[in-house]
Ligand binder design. Structure first.
Ligand code: UGA
Ligand code: MN
Length: 453
């Protein structure tokens, strides 16, 4: 009896012990699990970008109120990303789809098409691999995309449907925005690493970027770099104008791949300047061709001459977009002064700072001013002279009458540098290719991509 009683007591004790261990283990496990969950990266559906909280530092950030917060690229994936890209495609007035046959795919309502053609053109960092590859497929299907492209400009797009789709886009954006502050809290310290990304809630005026280019070993590299800068800019048409008698399929192929809406035209330098030993008027016939194009095809917005070798901060594009007549700003890496800039004294334009004045009324660099298309229409004779060193001055003078007080001063009233006159090192032409030795290798393909002068 005594034995069985003590046995029962021992059994009871051990049951109690096991229970205690079980409960304790469960507790520890739960605590560990909670900790693990708190360290997990959040899923795309939970995390959306927070609205920009910084106050606007100066009047030069004029476009800011037109912009609404957009999803952050680092957290976009799956359906969320695609939906945003589609939304974005609706906001755009003209995408790459306006210049090639992918327009039909987009117009037919194919989600994939609109995502790849429009979305990919703006969100280079957002674009998913499959988006890009579908873009590639689209391009390869559209065999007529090379050489001179068709004409479609913002002004030709009917206003009413655009407004309607824009409203839809805003509605779709509402959900992520309201969730965003919650996500911000959840993200805690990591939040400062998240960059703002914006999408226009109302359609901004179109930008026409006139880029002279010419055949040389660096050409495709320059156009690629500039193209991906322009890809960050909404409602833009890139006028790529080559100093040549005919278009180059390699250039067209590069422009297609970048996916920025473009026109590829040619405008050769007149023979008389080609063979001179003196300085040549570089890019002048190209820019005048661009002006002709705008006179024929555009009615509003702003034009800007962007040489293919310079460096541009995308903020300058948002600032120049609202130019009423002419706007100006500093350009870094110009002459021995290191910068070419309007001088602002007591809030007013009071001359120019540049290492070479040369009797110019407007001693500014090509990258340092923009002109309103409406204003260009009011000056039908405005053009660029074939006068090396005086191209900018001659063109700006041809816009007369123009008061100094009418020149808008951008880049934080010319206190900041957002454009640079960078120059690329000249590369020697590639040596001749030995087609026999490297027949049936990849080199036979690469060789065809080389741009020899
Ligand atoms: C500087 C200015 O930044 C130019 O805007 C100006 O046209 C030029 O000086 C000038 O006064 O001649 P810079 O860097 O010296 O430019 O010249 P490049 O960059 O070689 O050429 C300017 C643009 O014209 C480039 O976009 C280039 O691709 C194009 N270009 C150049 C041609 O179309 N054809 C040519 O033979 C050379
Ligand atoms: Mn240059």
């Amino acid at each position: 009896m005594t034995g069985s009683l003590s046995n029962k007591m021992a059994l009871g004790k051990s049951i109690k012990m096991y229970l205690t261990i079980f409960v304790a283990t469960t507790c520890i496990y739960m605590v560990l699990y909670q900790y693990h969950v708190s360290r997990q990266p959040l899923t795309a559906n939970e995390v959306v970008k927070h609205p920009e909280k910084t106050s606007l530092p100066s009047s030069s950030y004029i476009a800011s109120y037109l912009w609404a917060p957009m999803l952050n690229s680092s957290v976009i994936n799956g359906t969320m990303g695609v939906e945003q890209i589609q939304v974005h495609g609706q906001v755009r007035v003209h995408g790459p789809n306006t210049t090639d046959s992918s327009a039909s795919a987009s117009a037919s309502g194919s989600a994939a098409a609109s995502a790849s053609s429009s979305g990919a053109s703006v969100y280079s960092t957002v674009s998913l691999p499959q988006t890009l590859s579908s873009n590639g497929n689209l391009k390869s299907i559209s065999s007529t995309t090379t050489t001179t492209t068709t004409t479609t400009v913002a002004a030709t797009v009917p206003t009413t449907p655009t407004t309607t789709t824009t409203t839809t886009a805003i509605d779709k954006l509402k959900t992520p925005i309201t969730q965003s502050s919650h996500a911000h809290k959840l993200l805690g310290k990591a939040a400062h690493k998240i960059r703002s990304r914006f999408v226009a809630v109302s359609e901004p005026p179109p930008l026409y970027i006139i880029t002279p280019t010419y055949r040389r070993p660096e050409q495709l590299a320059e156009l690629t770099r500039l193209g991906y800068t322009l890809k960050h800019v909404l409602n833009l048409l890139w006028l790529v104008i080559e100093d040549a008698n005919k278009t180059n399929p390699l250039v067209a192929h590069t422009l297609d791949r970048i996916g920025v809406p473009y026109e590829y035209l040619v405008a050769p330098m007149p023979e008389q300047y080609k063979h001179t030993k003196k300085a040549k008027p570089r890019g002048v016939s190209n820019r005048n061709r661009g002006l002709d194009y705008l006179r024929a095809n555009a009615s509003e917005g702003v034009l800007y001459f962007a040489d293919d070798d310079n460096t541009y901060d995308v903020n300058i594009f948002e600032q120049m977009r609202y130019t009423k007549k002419v706007s100006m700003w500093p350009v870094g890496l110009v002459t021995k002064t290191g910068v070419s800039s309007p001088i602002i004294r007591e809030g007013k334009l009071d001359g120019y700072y540049d290492g070479w004045i040369g009797g110019r009324k407007y001693p500014v660099d090509m990258a340092g001013f923009a002109v309103s298309v409406k204003f260009l229409h009011e000056r039908p004779n405005a053009k660029m002279p074939f006068k090396p060193g005086y191209e900018e001055d001659g063109f700006l003078r041809s816009l007369a009458p123009l008061q100094n007080s009418e020149i808008e001063l951008l880049a934080d009233e010319c206190r900041d540098i957002l454009t640079w006159h960078t120059q690329t090192k000249k590369n020697p032409p590639a040596q001749p290719f030995n087609a026999t030795r490297y027949a049936n290798t990849n080199l036979a393909f690469i060789e065809k991509l080389l741009v020899r002068p």
